[in-house]
Design a protein around this ligand. Structure first.
Ligand code: FAD
Length: 321
């Protein structure tokens, strides 16, 4: 029998992350419909989530449920899946290219003696993985030549898996904390963040230094509320103290690939473009017609964001009412 393929699902805020369903779909595209795709979910109090995931996998979902796994902690999570990896020796492992996935993937690759391809945005014939390089200025296509492989999938690029025809099955697995565990995450205190997860948002509205103050983000937040969008920022806005660094998009911030990216008062520095240039549709609002952001924008509005953004909010409110 062929070696199984394993998807590592991620839980956030008590929910299954959408990128985990995208990783599942990546596994299906890459390995074909006939592949033995299994998943593992790690956390605390995850019975219902494991059952939900099984509905998408249509095969085995291994659930490692323990109070000490409530928050991501690398050595504990590696320990949680180690036995399963040794037992299954999966041909491939798929994870989201998230903070957690980026941390866990190389450790699992080392455990398996596997290769790794990160930040995959699409998969072509013959299991050819496409990924951006040089901050999105070029792409490379890679494949594994032999042995096992670990793949991380960039959020919002591969469509999420649909529910499976078969019901799937949850297999509960034991967890014994490693004897040499040096730290335990007791709690995670999240900063007050937006209502919509920036990495997975379908629409992102970002403010730059052009918003001029923390209050200047208010019109953007109102538009985001109407559109169900997430709010992001340039480093210029973060450095100026207008917003939290958690919102920063770019080379040294988050990478987003929403369906629509609206840049308000952002000049379009190369380091910012590195985090958003793969968005499907880019709309730029800037009062300087020469601003470089217009070179990557699909639609550009030359104007004052404090005039334009409230007008958009008003119009969308009417349309979406
Ligand atoms: P500015 O460049 O000052 O642009 C402000 C824009 O707002 C201007 O185009 C102006 O015309 C417009 N504007 C002003 N008022 C209005 C108004 N009322 N209405 C409409 N438009 C208006 N930057 C990032 O964003 N992300 C990163 O991850 C990042 N990483 C970096 C890493 C390194 C190593 C370095 C060196 C830099 C990095 N930067 C990053 C910084 C980057 O080079 C730029 O300095 C930054 O993106 C500029 O932010 P900004 O566009 O908001 O500000």
């Amino acid at each position: 029998m062929s070696q199984p393929v394993l998807v590592i699902a991620e839980v956030r805020g008590g929910k299954l992350r959408q990128v985990s369903l995208e990783a599942l779909q990546a596994a299906r595209i890459a390995r074909g419909e006939g592949a033995d795709v299994q998943a593992v979910i790690v956390g605390s109090g995850i019975t219902a989530l494991a059952a939900e995931l099984a509905g998408y996998v249509g095969g085995k979902v291994h659930a490692v449920d323990h109070p000490e796994l409530a928050s991501y902690n690398a050595p504990a999570y590696v320990q949680a899946v180690k036995g399963l990896l040794e037992e299954l020796r999966p041909a491939r492992i798929y994870l989201g290219h998230t903070a957690e996935g980026r941390d866990l993937a190389p450790q699992l690759a080392a455990l398996l003696g596997a290769g790794q391809i990160s930040d995959v945005i699409s998969i072509g014939e013959g299991e050819l993985y496409k990924r951006p390089v040089y901050a999105g200025k070029a792409f490379e296509e890679k494949r594994f030549l032999s042995g096992s492989g670990v793949v991380t999938v960039r959020p919002n690029n591969i469509p999420p898996a649909e529910p499976a025809a078969a019901p799937g099955e949850v297999v509960d697995r034991d967890y014994a904390p490693p004897a040499d565990l040096r730290s335990i995450v007791r709690d995670v205190l999240r900063k007050a963040g937006g209502k919509v997860d920036l990495a997975e948002a379908k629409i992102v509205i970002s403010g730059g230094r052009g918003v001029k103050s923390a209050d200047g983000f208010k019109p953007l937040e109102e538009l985001a509320d109407v559109l169900g969008a997430a709010v992001g920022a340039s480093r210029g806005a973060c450095d100026a103290g207008y917003c939290d660094y958690a919102l920063q998009i770019g080379q040294t911030g988050k990478v987003v690939t929403p369906e629509v990216y609206i840049a308000c008062g952002i000049s379009g520095a190369i380091q910012h473009l590195a985090g958003m240039s793969q968005s499907r549709v880019i709309i730029a609002i800037n009062k300087d017609p020469e601003a470089p952001i217009f070179k990557v924008a699909d639609y550009g509005i030359v104007g004052d964001l404090f005039d334009v953004v409230p007008l958009l909010t008003e119009e969308f409110r009417k349309v979406l009412a």
